[in-house]
Design a protein around this ligand. Sequence first.
Ligand code: HEM
Length: 312
Amino acid sequence: MAVPILELPIPQSAAATIAAIVDALKAAAGDPPKGRANFAKGRCVRGTYVPSDRAEEITRSLSFTKPSRVLARFSVDSSDANGADADNLALRGFGFRLGDRHHRSDILAQSAPVHFAKTLDQMLAFLKARSPGPDGNPDRERIKAFSAANPETLHQASYIAAHPLPRNFSGTTYWGVHSFPATNLAGETRFIKFKLAPVGADVAPAKSDVTANILDDDLEHRITSGDVRFSVMALLDRPGDPTTDVTIRWPDEDNREEVRLGTIVITGLEPDETCDASSFDPANLAEGIAHPPDEIFAARSAAYALSLAKRR
Ligand code: HEM
């Protein structure tokens, strides 16, 4: 399906909302002076990307059609960068950068296929509704009322509750969530969604909560045995798919035709400083993959830059 490629600048009015969202995320994480506003606990790693022989059918992006080194970070949506690993119902993140110096792309993916808000105003209101009151606890009635008025903000939590995660980063499936316009070698553009599908890892859900640092320890162990691999999948669009609402999946998304763009193999641990020195930037996409057309995506680059400035 041909799609127009629109890369709109952020409206001025959104800038204040973005700043307020970063503050609210940071406050929810306990205001760590040097920590990330979101996905604070994580592990920096390196690896390689090797394209499949079908990548060019989907995108001409040299990030995805050529082999390259990869810098990546596995993370947990934990409020404490030094705390225990979150439980098997906590959102996990997988951000990675691939491509050479002139054709870099950053993809940030998470362990749920939807985001919790459709617009920036809704995202800010969601976070505010959950902020602690004078007694230090969130107001349950306020959250209930917000959820009733904004039912789509529960889609992510419902997905997570129905899909407990395995006891490892390497067996977790991650989604890029947004609909990305992809242009192939023949110049045809269609929407794709990124899915990072584990290869050969134990994907069985953990029976109970995971304990302190089990995700980190497991990762170290599996990297040593060369066992952390992901297929980079492109889910293919169909006419009429919703491409601007990140709280809903495409119809029948789990049964979509998908093409493996390539494989990422994680080969070693990197010092935290390597990932902390900069930020993965969702807007950083080499030609051949364009910016998704939704409001949430348009805000992300500015939010990450703000967060980076605050934690420096
Ligand atoms: C589909 C939606 C989203 C996904 C999949 C996503 C995913 C992620 C991931 C994986 C990280 C960890 C990055 C790392 O390991 O370095 C992250 C961090 C972060 N996210 Fe998002 N995110 C989304 C939407 C947003 C939005 C809309 C905002 C704000 C407007 C936001 C604000 C942040 C911030 C401030 C950080 C910390 C960045 C840093 O300090 O480096 N995210 N996100």
